[in-house]
Structure formats: structure tokens, C-alpha cells
Design a protein around this ligand. Structure first.
Ligand code: KIV
Ligand code: ZN
Length: 553
């Protein structure tokens, strides 16, 4: 048997009984550091070339990131060239700090400084691995040996920085594989590094706690972070940073709980690219904060541009159901959802907090439009088609008309096998409710003196309709009744103006009318648009009478 859970051991949770983080709420955005150009890049089948890195760097700056890890220049020539380019071509805004990753080895640290030379402010990010599996099986070193690597790296980082006084340097240390390291040992190593760096108000340090591999549920990681937050030295002069990977699918949750546990800073990538299952997705976490009324201090409203650039640079697709960003995330297929969204949107006013069923945020905030919310398929109810007609064509179908249209849409979706696009729904509506034979309205007018004056054609014969009655519609219906010999009564009638700024509503249609007639005791519906109200009303009546004739009522 190859699927054998006995192969694995549970992780031992940290023995922490005084945890505070479950009671905390995130009320302020953490400092973000985008690691797309380093961690994200290292995880690509085809790493980014310099042009792609420049495009992604510009996007990160545009999104408002103030800390950007730009690469691992000591390990990759394209990374080195890219870092030199953005510095030499003055592409780094004054308020943005770039950072570069290096292992804790002298030649690599030297090369990292060569890459960053000339930057206004920069972070040198040094790391070594600390977990038991790394100590015992990868490095063959005991705890003392691992700590010595960290201390030596920290010392070199500090000493070499003195050779580049033109740059304001900050230092970052990561005990790589922190999430699988004994918290006491991780603390010991971090404190040893800080003893070398002696952070202070003008030169803060960053202690980054990576869940290099996500190996526990996020609450355990939060305990680990809270432990370091409570016990680490120089706390006021360091930023505790978290860097979570998504192996168990909880990278965002882990980062959120870690911030509740005291982390000040979060590393991640746009849309979550990164090693294996990816880095924690900053878009998701930032939008999660946003929906809680916290300003994420990032500009994400042009989500489609973000997606386009990230896709172009990483050559990776974005899942259609990706939180907040996927193309289907503001789309409701189910009829009851569509009805509910429609009702909430109708009642919404700009001066009240967002509260729309099934839509946790306003799609407009991300540059998406309401048009994308509803697709009409066989799961949709009457609300879906009504919403599309209203939103895209300015047609406000009354409820009784929606009820009449619903089975027609349902049948069409079943035959069509898939979502109906808005043009198809529009055509279906008019094909159903505006039959053009046997009767055709040729000419019409209404005068206060003479009342109705209209001509209607059927099979080549013209009939003149004249009379005052109770307004044009009643006059028209009673004359039609006389011509056809049918009993025709008006049951319901609604009309509205079509907003001129709705380009799809028909180039010169300004009015829409919906009528429900009783013809020989049976329902018949008609709808029409026209340049004027009278035309729309009479055409809608003719349509309903045609429908009755078509159905032999
Ligand atoms: O995931 C990780 O541990 C890293 C470190 C180098 C910070 O990317
Ligand atoms: Zn990582």
C-alpha cells in the first residue's frame, strides 16, 4: 500500500498557554515586502529576463510597495544585471528600499554589496537554515555550527557595509526553515545575530521568520511568531517579518495570524507565485484587510493590469477562482444568488457601508464592472436575465414580465449548454415578446382633438384605427378588438425612458413599454422600444396581440 499515513509524524505544537493573538484584531496594515523578483523568480520554470523583471518592478512600485526584494544577485547574473540597471538608470523611487538575498558566505555577501552599490537605501538579507532536518541531514552540523554560520554572516554583512557609506543600509536575517525549527533555538540564533548588528533607532534590523515549508496549521505558526515577538532582544528596534509558503494552502491565514501575534512586516508576492505551492499572496491578504475597513496602503484597483503583467512575467495562469482577482469571482451563476445581488444593488446608496449579499466587495473597487457579476445559465432564475437587460441595455422589465421571460431563458440555456451572453439574452427577449406578424403598426398619432389615428396592416390589408376612448392605449386596444373580433383587455402596463447614455439600447430608442394583455381570457405579453412613448406603447400592444395570434389564443 503506497498511501500510508504511518509514514508521517504529527508536528508537536509549541507549549504555549498564555497566547494572546487569538484575541487580537488587525487594525493596521503591516509593512509589505514584495519578493516576486527573488522568491517568485526562483520558482519559475523559465526565470524572468531583465526586461520582464523591469516590467514587474515597475508594477510593484505602481502598486505602492515601499520594500522590494529585487533578487539574489550573487547567485544569478541576470539578477545582478537587473539590480545594476535599476540603480544606474535611477529607476528606484526615493521612498522605495530595495533588498537582495544572500547566503551567509563571504564571497556571496561581497557580490551582493557590489550589486547594491549606489542604492539610496537598501537591505542586505542574509539567511541560513536552522531546522533539525537541515542541521542533521543537509549540513551535518550541530546547533553551535549553525549558529556560528549565522553570526559569521551577520558580522560580514555589517563589516562590508562600512565600505559603501553612500547607501543607508539595513540588515535582515532569516533563520530559514524557521517553522520547523525548535523555537528556543531559532530565538537563540536570532539574538546572536542581533548582538552583532546592535540595531538602534537609526539602523533598525529585520528578523524574518520563514515558514519555508508550511508544516502546521496556521495557529501553530502564530504561536511560534508570538514566542519570538515576546522574547527577542532589541524588540523596539527590529521589525518582525513573516514569510509564509503555501504548502498546506494556508499561507495567507498564517501571515494574518502572525500579524495578530505581533509581526510588523509581511513578505509575499502578487497573486502568490513562489516556490512549490507559492508564497503567500499579498493581493489576497491586502484585500482581506480592505474588506475589514483597514487601508492596505497598496493600489490594487487596476487588478486586470496586475494580472496581465504578472502573467506576462511569470508565464503562469491565474486561476479563474483566485481570491479577489480571478475572472469568475464576481460572477453569480445561481438564480437565487442573482436575485439577491440584484435586489441589494437596487437598494444600495453611496453613503452607506457596502452590504450586498454574495458580493463581499464592490467589484468596481478592483476595476471590474457589474456586467461581469451575472452570467445566465441553466442554474439562473429570472433575476439573472433581468439584471443583464437592465444593466447592459437599460431595460427595466417589470416583475410579471420577468416571470413570463424566465421559462424562455431556462429553455434556451438548456439547449445552449453554457452561459448565454448578453446579446443572446437581448435577442431572445425581443424575439419572444415582439413578434412582428400578423399585425404591423404602420403609422400612428394622437391628437387632443381627434384622439388616436393609426394604421395597421395585416396580410396586405390596411386598417385605420381612430377614436378617443380612455387614452391612446385603451383606444387602440378597443379598436383592435373590434377588428379582430377578439376580447382584448389590458392587465398590466409599464413604460420607462431609456437613458441616452446606454449605447446598446438601440441607437435612437428613448422609451420602452411592457404590456400584459388578456386575449380571449389568456395572457399575452408584448414589449417594444421606440423613439417616443406612444410608439413604444402601441408597438408593445401590437406585439402582445401578435403573440396571441401566434399562440392561437
Ligand atoms: O522561504 C524561505 O525560507 C526563503 C528565505 C530565503 C527567506 O525564501
Ligand atoms: Zn521563500
Amino acid at each position: 500500500m503506497s498511501f500510508d499515513h504511518n509514514k508521517y509524524r504529527p508536528y508537536h505544537p509549541i507549549n504555549k498557554t498564555d497566547r494572546q493573538w487569538p484575541n487580537n484584531q488587525i487594525t493596521q496594515t503591516p509593512k509589505w515586502c514584495a519578493v516576486d523578483l527573488r522568491d517568485g523568480n526562483q520558482a519559475l520554470m523559465e526565470p524572468m529576463n531583465v526586461a520582464q523583471k523591469v516590467a514587474l518592478f515597475k508594477l510593484l512600485v505602481k502598486c505602492g510597495f515601499k520594500e522590494i526584494e529585487v533578487g539574489f544577485p550573487a547567485a544569478s547574473q541576470p539578477d545582478f544585471d537587473f539590480v545594476r540597471k535599476i540603480i544606474e538608470e535611477d529607476m528606484v523611487p526615493d521612498d522605495v528600499s530595495i533588498q537582495a538575498l544572500t547566503q551567509a558566505r563571504e564571497p556571496l555577501i561581497e557580490r551582493t554589496y557590489e550589486a547594491l552599490a549606489g542604492a539610496k537605501t537598501a537591505v542586505v538579507h542574509v539567511y541560513n537554515s536552522t531546522s533539525p532536518v537541515q542541521r542533521n541531514q543537509v549540513f551535518g552540523l550541530d546547533k553551535a555550527g549553525i549558529k556560528a554560520i549565522a553570526v559569521e554572516g551577520a558580522t560580514l554583512v555589517k563589516t562590508i557595509s562600512a565600505r559603501y557609506p553612500a547607501t543607508h543600509w539595513n540588515f535582515e536575517y532569516s533563520p530559514e526553515s524557521f517553522s520547523a525549527t525548535e523555537p528556543e533555538f531559532a530565538l537563540e540564533v536570532c539574538n546572536a545575530v542581533l548582538d552583532v548588528w546592535q540595531p538602534n533607532a537609526s539602523q533598525r534590523a529585520i528578523i524574518n521568520l520563514p515558514a519555508t515549508v508550511e508544516c502546521t496549521s496556521p495557529n501553530v505558526y502564530a504561536d511560534q511568531v508570538e514566542y519570538i515577538h515576546e522574547k527577542i532582544n532589541f524588540r523596539e528596534f527590529i521589525d518582525i517579518s513573516v514569510h509564509t509558503h503555501n504548502d498546506r494552502g494556508c499561507a495567507v491565514a498564517a501571515a494574518e495570524l502572525a500579524v495578530m501575534a505581533g509581526a510588523d512586516r509581511v513578505e509575499g508576492t502578487l497573486l502568490g507565485n513562489g516556490e512549490r505551492t507559492g508564497n503567500m499572496d499579498i493581493v489576497t491578504m491586502a484585500m482581506n484587510l480592505y474588506t475589514q475597513g483597514v487601508d492596505p496602503e497598496l493600489t490594487l484597483e487596476n487588478m486586470d493590469e496586475i494580472i496581465r503583467t504578472v502573467k506576462e512575467c511569470t508565464q503562469l495562469p491565474v486561476h479563474p477562482r483566485h481570491p479577489w482577482a480571478g475572472e469568475l469571482v464576481f460572477t453569480a451563476f445561481s438564480g437565487s444568488h442573482q436575485d439577491a445581488i440584484n435586489k441589494c444593488l437596487q437598494q444600495r446608496t453611496d453613503d452607506t457601508p457596502w452590504d450586498v449579499a454574495y458580493l463581499p466587495i464592490d467589484p468596481l473597487d478592483l476595476g471590474r464592472s457589474y456586467q461581469e457579476i451575472i452570467r445566465v445559465n441553466s442554474q439562473s432564475g429570472k433575476g439573472g436575465a433581468a439584471f443583464v437587460l437592465q444593466n447592459e441595455y437599460g431595460l427595466h422589465m417589470p416583475r410579471w414580465m420577468q416571470l413570463a421571460f424566465s421559462p424562455i431563458v431556462q429553455k434556451a440555456t438548456e439547449n445552449h449548454q453554457g452561459a448565454l451572453d448578453s446579446q443572446t439574452i437581448y435577442d431572445l427577449f425581443f424575439d419572444s415578446f415582439t413578434p412582428i406578424a400578423p399585425w404591423q403598426l404602420e403609422h400612428y398619432g394622437w391628437g387632443d382633438q381627434d384622439g388616436l389615428n393609426a394604421t395597421i396592416l395585416a396580410e396586405g390589408t390596411a386598417h385605420t384605427l381612430q377614436g378617443k376612448s380612455d387614452g391612446p392605449l385603451h383606444a387602440f386596444v378597443s379598436q383592435m378588438s373590434a377588428i379582430t373580433g377578439d376580447s382584448i383587455e389590458i392587465q398590466d402596463y409599464e413604460e420607462h425612458a431609456i437613458r441616452k447614455d446606454n449605447p446598446q439600447a438601440g441607437s435612437d430608442a428613448h422609451a420602452a413599454t411592457y404590456v400584459s394583455l388578456k386575449v380571449n381570457g389568456q395572457n399575452a405579453f408584448g414589449a417594444a422600444t421606440a423613439t417616443d412613448t406612444l410608439g413604444a406603447a402601441l408597438h408593445a400592444c401590437v406585439a402582445a396581440i401578435n403573440m396571441a395570434a401566434r399562440n392561437n389564443l
